[in-house]
Write a protein that binds this ligand. Structure first.
Ligand code: GLA
Length: 397
């Protein structure tokens, strides 16, 4: 790996010229995003060289800005490398955990910001049976297959093109996964579109088609810290999830199949509460995941259009995030396995609970769980999934 900060020189795209030479992707001085209002003012996406993989593949970083939000996406893994939002005083910070060079992502990343496929979360015993045939997957999490296997979509270089529609500015990412890749049947043609709307919302639309029956469950693995990445614990963020049930797990974090009620447990986020409030109450499920690492069964179920299901508020900065999705579930992960060994974009180390993920998706291990909504995709059908993240600030403390 040869990336150095000096290789991060801006390159022209033919569409637009990248902003001035950048030193690193650290949260920076006041940015265009900070100055623009929440009512539009988008710019065309810009592209710069971010690094080179060992096999010589080039990795680009794209920058999008619209409605007060600035987003940076890598062609490697389709990674959200930074997401800059203003706080209630208009001060901008990067609220997504990650690295300032490709090396960090390649060497040892717990899926920071990445697109996950073909299957988000775990498949028990690293195998499943479809139409009478059993498929063996790479086991990369004890006996189970996690996040698409040893080389999932998070570790692939995607084709990226700018996209624009009305006031929205975006990118279209494409990846073709060959029949049998990571053990999954069928050639899977995947398209992910990242869009910023004039109100600064981030929308992610996923589609996929196959030429053989297969299973699919795509998501994005951004770790959020609305106070700014590297600023410490997320325990004071207030979280609300519109879910009356969740899926308890066994000791390898595979759902038992039960849809348990959240009422009277630490899993009850139906009214907003600080993430840290019940983290230490000794509930056996919390002990199993070393914190929250569970799929919540969204009350609205699978929907054709994104419906609001989650809200998060960070009290110090006042930053807020709302999430709407078409998906029936969300994996709420409280960053339990961050262990102080990774240094993030800001140069600060990430410890347990310094970021949280809200992975909107179908339930873990659905291919082995007949009671869960199906994740089977057949030729002639299109997999579709959309999630919208809306950002804002609350008035004050
Ligand atoms: C998911 C899983 C967690 C963990 C993270 C990545 O959220 O459910 O158990 O593997 O991804 O570290």
């Amino acid at each position: 790996m040869t990336t150095s900060r000096r290789t991060l020189l801006a390159a022209t795209t033919g569409i637009a010229t990248a902003a001035a030479t950048t030193t690193a992707a650290t949260a920076a001085a006041p940015t265009t995003a900070a100055r623009s209002s929440r009512t539009g003012s988008h710019q065309p996406p810009t592209r710069e060289h971010f690094g080179t993989l060992d096999n010589g593949d080039r990795v680009d970083r794209w920058t999008l800005a619209n409605g007060g939000t600035r987003l940076r996406i890598l062609s490697y893994g389709g990674i959200v490398q930074s997401l800059e939002l203003p706080d209630r005083r208009g001060r901008t910070a990067n609220v997504s955990l990650g690295f300032d060079s490709v090396d960090g992502y390649v060497a040892d990343s717990p899926y920071f910001g990445a697109l996950i496929g073909r299957y988000g979360n775990r498949i028990a015993g690293a195998k499943f049976t479809l139409d009478g045939k059993t498929y063996q997957l790479p086991a990369n999490d004890g006996p189970n297959s996690l996040h698409g296997g040893t080389k999932g979509f998070d570790k692939r270089v995607w084709d990226v093109e700018p996209y624009r529609s009305g006031g929205d500015v975006g990118l279209t990412l494409r990846y073709v996964s060959k029949d049998g890749e990571m053990g999954y049947p069928g050639t899977l043609r995947t398209r992910v579109r990242y869009l910023l709307t004039p109100r600064g919302e981030l929308r992610i639309d996923y589609t996929a088609t196959t030429d053989k029956a297969t299973v699919v469950n795509l998501t994005n693995h951004t770790y959020f810290n609305l106070a700014g990445e590297g600023s410490g614990s997320i325990e004071s963020h207030r979280l609300r999830i519109a879910a009356s049930r969740y899926t308890p797990v066994d000791d390898t974090l595979i759902p038992t199949g039960e849809l348990a009620r959240v009422a009277g447990t630490p899993f009850d986020f139906r009214r907003a509460k600080p993430i840290g409030k019940d983290l230490r109450d000794g509930h056996p499920q919390i002990l199993r995941g070393q914190g929250f690492d569970h799929n919540f069964v969204l009350d609205k179920g699978l929907t054709e259009r994104p419906r609001p299901v989650i809200s998060v508020t960070e009290p110090e900065s006042g930053r807020t995030m709302r999430v709407a999705t078409t998906e029936p579930g969300v994996q709420f992960y409280s960053g339990n396995f961050l262990d102080g060994t990774l240094k993030g974009s800001s140069g600060r180390v990430y410890r347990a609970g310094d970021g949280f993920c809200l992975e909107t998706q179908h339930f873990p291990d659905s291919p082995n769980q007949p009671g869960f909504p199906s994740t089977v995709l057949r030729p002639g059908h299109t997999y579709r999934s959309s999630t919208v993240y809306s950002f804002g600030t609350d008035g004050g403390r």
